[in-house]
Design a protein around this ligand. Structure first.
Ligand code: CUA
Length: 327
C-alpha cells in the first residue's frame, strides 16, 4: 500500500511550474539556514562550554573579513531571490494582450461568471485548454478572493474596482476554485470548479450547455443605457463644451485638469461614472453628476463595453454587450 501525500496541488497552468520552483527554492534556502544556525548554536554550546567554575571568557575584537563575508553573501542571496521573485510575479500578474476576457463578480456567497461570448454560469468556469484567460473581477458586496490552487493564482476581488488576473490552463480536467478571503458566514461554501476542456468541446459547451446571456437588467444594452441615462447629451461624437467625446478614447491617454495623464481603462470609466469629479479631463468643468446607486455592476460593465466599442478597434467587441455596437 502506498500513500501519495501531495505537497502541492497539480501544476495545471503555464506558470504553475515557475511558482513551484520559486517555492522550493525558498523552502530549501530557509531549511539550509535554519539547520546551519541550529547546528552552529549547538556546536558552539558544546565546544565553548565552561569546563571549570573559575573560567572567564576571552576578549574578541571583531573581524572585518567575517563581517564583510556575512554581509555580502546574504546580500547576493536576497538580491537573487528578489530578481527571481519579481520575474515570476510579473509573469503571473501581467495578462497577455491576446487573452480572452471573462468577467467575474463575487457576492455573498457565490461566483458569477460571464464568458467573452456572453454565456453565464455560477460557481463554475469552463475554459478551453491552452488559451490565455483573463479574468476581470469585481465584488457586489465585500472583499472576496479568487483562488485556483492548481493554477497557482489568487487575487482579491474588491468592491468598487476591477482587478484582473490571468492564466493559461495546460491540463484537462476539473480544478478547485476557492474564495480565499473570509467574507461571512457562508465563506466556506463559496467554492466551485474550473473545468478545462478541449477547444472543440468548449465550443459545444458554449453552444449547448451554457446558460445564454441574460439580457442586461431591464433588457438594456450599453447603447440603450447610454441613451437612457442621457450620457449622449454631453458626450457626443464631436466634443461639446460640456463633455469630451468618448469616441476612440478607450485604451488611450487623456490629460486631466491637474495636468496628470491617465489611460482610459475599465477602472477609469467606472470611477468616472460613480465619482465623476475625481479625475476631470483637461478643459472641462466638473459638472457631471454621479451615477452611484443608479447603475448596477452589470450596467457599468455594459457601458464600459459600449465605450470600448466606440474605439472601433479590434480590441473592442469582447463581451456580449459590445456586439452590434462596433460599426
Ligand atoms: Cu467570498 Cu470568502
Amino acid at each position: 500500500m502506498s500513500f501519495k501525500i501531495p505537497f502541492l496541488p497539480e501544476q495545471a497552468s503555464s506558470f504553475a511550474r515557475d511558482s513551484d520552483h520559486l517555492t522550493f527554492y525558498l523552502v530549501a534556502m530557509g531549511t539550509f539556514f535554519t539547520v546551519l544556525i541550529a547546528v552552529m548554536v549547538l556546536g558552539f554550546v558544546v565546544r565553548y562550554r565552561r569546563t571549570h567554575p573559575d573560567q572567564i571568557g576571552g576578549s574578541f575584537d571583531g573581524s572585518t573579513l567575517l563581517e564583510v563575508t556575512w554581509t555580502i553573501i546574504p546580500l547576493l542571496i536576497v538580491l537573487f531571490t528578489f530578481v527571481w521573485g519579481a520575474k515570476v510575479y510579473f509573469k503571473i500578474y501581467r495578462p497577455p494582450a491576446d487573452a480572452a476576457e471573462y468577467f467575474v463578480t463575487g457576492k455573498q456567497w457565490m461566483w458569477k461568471i460571464q464568458h467573452p461570448t456572453g454565456q453565464r454560469e455560477i460557481n463554475s468556469l469552463h475554459v478551453p485548454i491552452g488559451q490565455p484567460v483573463k479574468l476581470t473581477m469585481t465584488s457586489e458586496d465585500v472583499l472576496h478572493s479568487f483562488f485556483v490552487p492548481a493554477f497557482r493564482t489568487k487575487l482579491d476581488v474588491v468592491p468598487g474596482r476591477y482587478t484582473t488576473m490571468w492564466f493559461t490552463p495546460t491540463k484537462l480536467g476539473r480544478f478547485h476554485l476557492f474564495c480565499a478571503e473570509f467574507c461571512g458566514a457562508e465563506h466556506s461554501h463559496m467554492i466551485g470548479w474550473v473545468q478545462v476542456l478541449p477547444a472543440d468541446e468548449y465550443q459545444n459547451w458554449l453552444a449547448e450547455v451554457a446558460v445564454p446571456a441574460l439580457p442586461a437588467p431591464a433588457g438594456e444594452s450599453g447603447e440603450q443605457l447610454f441613451a437612457r441615462l442621457a450620457c449622449s447629451t454631453c458626450h457626443r461624437d464631436e466634443a461639446s463644451v460640456i463633455g469630451p467625446s468618448l469616441r476612440g478614447v478607450y485604451g488611450h491617454e487623456v490629460e486631466l485638469s491637474t495636468g496628470e495623464k491617465v489611460v482610459v481603462d475599465d477602472n477609469y470609466i467606472r470611477e468616472s461614472l460613480l465619482e465623476p469629479t475625481a479625475k476631470v479631463v483637461a478643459g472641462y468643468q466638473p459638472v457631471m453628476p454621479s451615477f452611484k446607486g443608479q447603475v448596477s455592476e452589470d450596467d457599468i460593465r455594459a457601458l464600459i463595453n459600449y465605450i470600448k466599442g466606440l474605439a472601433g478597434g479590434a480590441a473592442a467587441a469582447t463581451g456580449a454587450e459590445a456586439e452590434g455596437v462596433v460599426r
